[in-house]
Design a protein around this ligand. Structure first.
Ligand code: 4AD
Ligand code: MG
Length: 442
């Protein structure tokens, strides 16, 4: 009979029909001379294939190696009670073809990863590691999350824009800029698309971008990459409270969208069995109260003294606090001195800004956002405070001349969001090929 060519993900709807499936040999179990089970992987799923009799000897199937590519033909049959395989069925192979035989042994690396494997070896061989069950599950969820973010914004009428990556302005401080030779000029890899998004408001209204941001972060941490995927949005005619509502909505709606696909939800719970959708409203905590919280809970600096108002709360104490509170936190109203030049000050207390970080258990900061300065002179003072030459920012400054308005936005680190959602130890496991100090391959 004819065999319909299908992807493994479609197999559940193809039971009792003859199909043709191509993929990579993920696992092999041999029973005697005339019976073997192959778990085949095609990226869309896994299916157990049952070979028996002469089929075990064609192309010398008995010596088949992991990661070889094959095409199998046969009927998909539900398994009897007590037998286990993906989707509770197997493909009873009646014919198969070898596409390519992999060398086997050490080369079949993906199935030999243990907790003891040297992390730098894993990173060198990430092109093979991503074939593994966990790594590919993370990448599959990542794809669903990116789509859900986009669907969220499109459902609310935002326009998606694609700002340049090569720029001549900084956004988040000069110390983490990657410089590049741009013909005969100096340029940088972008740290954030925020300033460009702001210029789009009078043209397109609310906008968002999912773009790579680059930061020369010299320290090795669980949550810093040199290149990361940055989801940024900018909205006009809003208040600071509106901004917080938008953020809560983005996070909760994205999670609902992702979980509504059962196959993705299954992957999420397989990676993080305790995953719980956050409850609204998120806890709102002012920076000054966080400083007090650290004191009340005896969380100190390495030198034994307390954090004082005006100081940055670093990664370690931030995580201790977030883990103790164990729920999403809007940390608000940071002092102007420790934040970027563009942040708007609060009317009731000009020492602090209309700014917010979203903190999640296990990861800490996953979002940074704020209202932006609307007044021209205030912006010029902001450049001055940060020692920024305003000349290359003329186009950004112009926004305060040609119809300025209250506006604000935020940036979310996609890898940090995934590290939180999937309970991964490091953001390095949440992107395709991580970039950090001394790592720019594969
Ligand atoms: O807090 P950040 O620096 O804020 C901005 O860039 C704003 N201009 C965004 C905006 O308002 N449009 O970065 C935003 C987020 C952080 O909260 C974090 O999740 C992520 O980007 N991030 C990093 N992720 C991985 N590796 C790094 N080195 C990161 N630096 C920031
Ligand atoms: Mg930040």
């Amino acid at each position: 009979p004819e065999a319909k060519k299908i992807k493994i993900r479609e197999s559940i709807n193809r039971r009792d029909t003859r199909v043709k499936i191509s993929g990579w040999v993920h696992r092999i179990r041999i029973q005697g001379k005339d019976m073997m089970f192959i778990v085949l992987r095609d990226g869309s799923g896994y299916i157990q294939c049952y070979l028996h009799g002469v089929l075990c000897h064609t192309y010398d199937a008995i010596t088949l190696t992991l990661e070889s590519t094959i095409t199998v033909y046969g009927i998909i049959s539900e398994l009897p009670e007590g037998k286990q395989a993906p989707d509770n069925h197997e493909l009873r192979v009646d014919y198969w073809e070898l596409v390519h035989k992999a060398p086997g042994g050490d080369e079949a690396f993906t199935n030999q990863i243990t907790t003891e494997t040297d992390p730098s070896v894993l990173l060198d061989r990430r092109h093979l590691v991503i074939r593994g069950e966990k790594a590919s599950a993370v990448l599959r969820v990542r794809s669903a999350v990116l789509r859900a973010f986009r669907d969220h914004f499109y459902s609310k009428g935002y326009a998606e824009v694609t700002p340049p990556h090569m720029v001549q302005t900084q956004v988040e401080g000069g110390s983490t800029l990657f410089e590049l030779a741009y013909y005969h000029e100096k340029a940088y890899l972008t740290q954030s698309s925020q300033l460009y998004l702001e210029t789009c408001l009078p043209s397109l209204g609310d906008v968002f971008a999912i773009a790579e941001s680059f930061r020369a972060e010299k320290s090795h941490t669980r949550r810093h990459l040199s290149e990361y995927s940055h989801l940024e949005a900018e909205m006009a005619f809003i208040t600071f409270d509106d901004l917080l509502d938008c953020l809560e909505d983005l996070i909760c709606d994205t999670i609902d969208r992702v979980l509504s696909d059962k196959s993705i939800a299954d992957l999420i719970y397989s990676l993080n069995k305790d995953f719980k959708k956050p409850e609204r409203p998120f806890l709102r905590l002012d920076y000054k109260d966080a400083i007090q919280y650290l004191k009340d809970n005896d969380i100190k600096k390495p030198d034994g003294t307390f954090y004082e108002f005006g100081e940055d709360i670093p990664e370690a104490p931030e995580r201790v606090m977030t883990d103790k509170l164990n729920r999403p936190i809007f940390l608000c109203r940071f002092p102007a001195e420790i934040k970027a030049f563009y942040m708007k000050r609060c009317k009731d207390d000009p020492r602090v800004t209309e700014s917010v970080d979203v903190l999640m258990p296990n990861v800490g900061e996953i979002v940074g956002g704020s209202m932006r300065i609307t007044d021209l002179d205030e912006l010029l003072r902001g450049y001055q405070r940060e020692g920024i030459d305003p000349a290359p920012y003329y186009w950004y400054t112009d926004q305060r001349k040609y119809g300025t308005t209250e506006h604000g936005g935020y940036g979310l680190g996609v890898e940090r969001f995934l590290a939180w959602m999937l309970d991964r130890h490091t953001v390095r496991d949440c992107c395709l090929y991580p970039r950090f100090t001394e790592r720019c391959k594969p």
